[in-house]
Write a protein that binds this ligand. Structure first.
Ligand code: DQQ
Length: 537
């Protein structure tokens, strides 16, 4: 049994050892990006939840710092759970987090930096009169968690959003505060959606519809919409919707009720959860962190001594071409890891073929690929079914083109491979829908890991090619379609397609259409992720 497949990643953030889950309280302070995270200091499984802490100047290379919050008081005795940072005018910092109390009640606590002039924010003080919020009347004692970043309203009061559930309706509660120690509950919810269950890790932020700059969290006004995201506990999936926020009444209305929170769009159609954004004042952008959990067994996690990584941070923008979704793109700083590149121009990938791309090492890659279908006549010719990718397609499908795409982390005999691909489907009325999928069914010979086929439809507009950006990091594959309109993160466990045996292919499994592919592929170097040399300060 090879343990190599369970090796650590090379440029994704993970702690030195043990369990990690949600990103917490991301913020920028005095030259450093800070990330906190749910962490078990004692074991590779969830429990004893503390706040790990790390800093970076570029969101790619990270330095570990000492734990920031440790369960120590009755109000967080069973865990310092997820929370968010708010930067006040004057750059004071308030950190709100959920405490799981000694009686297993979910309460909200306030913490703040002991020394704001410390760029590393090494020491945190818990407010002496915590908790600042307990579950309000009618809210379950274990259904009240994950305070949002606060935003300032027209009445100069701060709003904090906290997720909950009533029966099976997911809800976003709003509280007002002026001092972060006392709060008033607004008498109606910001938003709710029936049947979606408990809303965890709510994120709520403005997005510009006419520019590509990110907005600080309190911005409202013309050409600004608001994104509401809930992590759906029952599904362990992050759903968002774009809509309009009314700051006078603290209500939010989705642009499209059919695509409401929990029933519409997801940030990621793969394995990725509990996300959180923050505003980066340096590059004026909104940055999204997300947690990539394991899909192996707990026994394997104990054996390897660690569990989970954070996804590469993504910039979030409004997609003004579709007007219906956000765009997610890896932060540009990932490009600093690029080494040698290889370009393939207009290579013909005939129906039913796979071509190995000779690029040397294929375990740490940044891939940009574009595909075109050759000849429009062939668009009418196809009618076949592919039972092994049925999750990507409508069972009523009569005509299709594809799949075509790239296969990453593939060995030469295809005993293991993870194909990332498009597939165009034509319905009875002649309408074309493009599906974007990641097939993990053959990603690992190990039996006890998930072998899911992930997929979603993706808008491909007139004049656009089929466009992919893929980051490969040994056992993590983050795939972005059409400039980040849809994203699929894969956690895979190759046992054969590792190190020198891992190869890269383009393939076209259609039976009647040929495609051409143009690719630029960079090898990525490893990122320094190591302890901060605190003995030097
Ligand atoms: N993880 C935290 C909770 C949150 C959940 C506990 C989401 O605060 O609701 O570790 O993964």
């Amino acid at each position: 049994e090879s343990m190599l497949a369970w090796e650590r990643t090379a440029y994704h953030f993970q702690p030195p050892k043990n369990w990690m889950n949600d990103p917490d309280g991301p913020l920028f302070h005095k030259g450093w990006y800070h990330l906190f995270y749910q962490y078990n200091p004692d074991s590779a499984t969830w429990g004893n939840i503390t706040w790990g802490h790390t800093v970076s100047t570029d969101l790619i290379h990270w330095l570990y710092l000492p734990l920031a919050l440790i369960p120590s008081e009755w109000f967080d005795w069973n865990g310092c759970w997820t929370g968010s940072a708010t930067i006040l005018p004057g750059r004071d910092i308030k950190m709100l987090y959920t405490g799981d109390t000694v009686d297993a009640v979910q309460v909200q606590n306030l913490a703040y930096p002991s020394n704001l002039s410390d760029p590393l924010l090494l020491n945190w003080t818990k407010y002496e009169n915590n908790p600042v919020l307990v579950p309000p009347e009618g809210i379950g004692l274990t259904d009240f968690r994950d305070p949002s970043t606060a935003f300032l309203g027209p009445d100069s009061e701060w709003r904090v959003v906290i997720g909950s559930v009533i029966n099976t309706t997911g809800i976003a509660l709003v509280f007002h505060t002026t001092n972060f120690t006392s709060y008033d509950l607004v008498d109606h919810v910001l938003h709710s959606v029936e049947g979606t269950g408990m809303w965890e890790c709510i994120d709520f932020y403005p997005i510009s519809t006419n520019s590509s700059v990110g907005l600080d969290t309190s911005v409202v006004g013309p050409n600004v919409k608001h994104v509401l995201k809930a992590s759906i506990d029952d599904l362990k999936l992050d759903y968002y919707a774009i809509g309009t926020y009314d700051p006078d009444n603290d209500t939010w209305t989705p642009d499209n009720a059919a695509l409401d929170v929990g029933i519409g769009l997801r940030y990621d159609y793969g394995w990725w959860y509990a996300s959180k954004t923050f505003y980066d004042p340096v590059k004026e952008r909104r940055i999204l962190f997300g947690w990539i959990n394991e899909t192996d067994t707990e026994k394997d996690d104990f054996a390897k001594g660690w569990a989970s990584v954070q996804a590469i941070p993504r910039v979030v923008l409004y997609d003004n071409k579709t007007g219906a979704n956000v765009l997610e793109q890896p932060v540009e700083e990932i490009e600093s890891l690029r080494l040698n590149s290889t370009t393939f121009e207009d290579i013909l990938v005939e129906a039913g073929s796979a071509i190995q791309l000779d690029i040397g090492n294929a375990t740490q890659l940044d891939i940009i690929a574009e595909f075109e279908i050759q000849g429009t006549d062939s668009l009418k010719a196809m009618a076949f079914t592919e039972s092994n990718i049925s999750e990507c397609i409508d069972a009523e499908t009569k005509t299709s083109y594809g799949p075509f795409g790239v296969a990453v982390l593939a060995d030469e005999s295809f005993s293991e491979l993870t194909p990332i691909y498009f597939r165009v489907v034509k319905d009875d009325d002649g309408n074309l829908t493009t599906y974007f999928c990641a097939d993990e069914s053959r990603s690992s010979l190990a039996p006890e890991v998930l072998h899911t086929v992930y997929g979603t439809d993706v808008p491909v507009l007139d004049g656009e090619k089929f466009a992919l950006r893929i980051l490969v990091d040994h056992s993590i594959v983050e795939s972005f379609a059409q400039g980040g309109r849809r994203v699929i993160t894969s956690r895979v466990y190759p046992t054969q397609a590792i190190y020198g045996a891992a190869k890269l292919f383009v393939f076209n499994n259609a039976t009647g259409i040929n495609v051409t592919a143009t690719l630029k592929i960079w090898e990525l170097e490893s990122a320094f992720i190591r302890p901060y040399p605190l003995n030097h300060i």
